[in-house]
Design a protein around this ligand. Structure first.
Ligand code: URA
Ligand code: SF4
Length: 203
């Protein structure tokens, strides 16, 4: 089965990885998306924030978390006392998956196959950055890193051990909701407060 591995160079140089990711054809998502959206942030960040996939805005700009969810995440990080400049931000899947409805592009969740296909990029990023902690933003991020049986509802806001394959980098993960889920929540204020509280545990 095809995945990203044949496109991922054996390198811990983030620039080189990012460059190579632009040519990835490890799954079908490169066909309709504008571009690959690789991670961004300091090369030796202690914390990695892992989202789902780029959104409409990110697909156009080529940068992770620059749209509405990214703005919400920025505010939440400030409130939690975490400097976004010290955080490396990336996504489980590096291309935007959507369906077209008229002129609008509607976000579609990546499939399990696409999450698995894209994982070699995530593993390469973590080998390069060597963070202490990965914050899993939502179910897609959690299943990409921890496997499909990991339940956010059971672990949210708690620091748990990362899989042994990462050799201590990260040693731990912390899961919470995705910022887009906060934007959609009926009680947005309390959903936001809960996100900030979870992020504060990362600090
Ligand atoms: N949502 C994500 O999961 N990632 C982004 O980069 C933007 C929105
Ligand atoms: Fe490659 Fe990931 Fe894009 Fe699929 S989503 S083409 S695996 S970078």
């Amino acid at each position: 089965r095809a995945d990203a591995s044949e496109f991922v160079p054996d390198s811990t140089d983030l620039d080189r990885l990012g460059e190579a990711s632009r040519g990835c054809r490890g799954c079908d998502l490169y066909r309709d998306a504008t571009q690959t959206v690789f991670g961004a942030g300091p090369k030796r960040a202690k914390i990695v924030m892992l989202g789902e996939q780029p959104g409409d805005r990110e697909d156009i700009d080529g940068e992770p978390f620059v749209g509405p969810a990214g703005r919400l995440l920025d505010h939440a990080l400030v409130e939690a006392g975490i400097d976004r400049g010290q955080v490396y931000v990336t996504n489980a899947v590096k291309h935007f998956r959507f369906t077209e409805r008229g002129k609008r592009r509607i976000h579609q969740k990546p499939s399990r196959g696409q999450i698995v296909a894209c994982r070699p990029w995530l593993v390469a990023e973590l080998r390069a950055v060597r963070p202490r902690l990965v914050v899993l933003l939502g179910a897609t991020a959690a299943s990409a890193l921890m496997g499909p049986s990991f339940r956010i509802t059971a672990h949210r806001g708690k620091v748990v051990e990362a899989p042994a394959e990462f050799d201590g980098h990260p040693a731990h993960v912390l899961s919470t909701v995705h910022p887009s889920a906060v934007l959609r929540a009926p009680d947005r204020d309390s959903a936001y407060a809960a996100l900030v509280e979870d992020l504060a545990a990362a600090r």
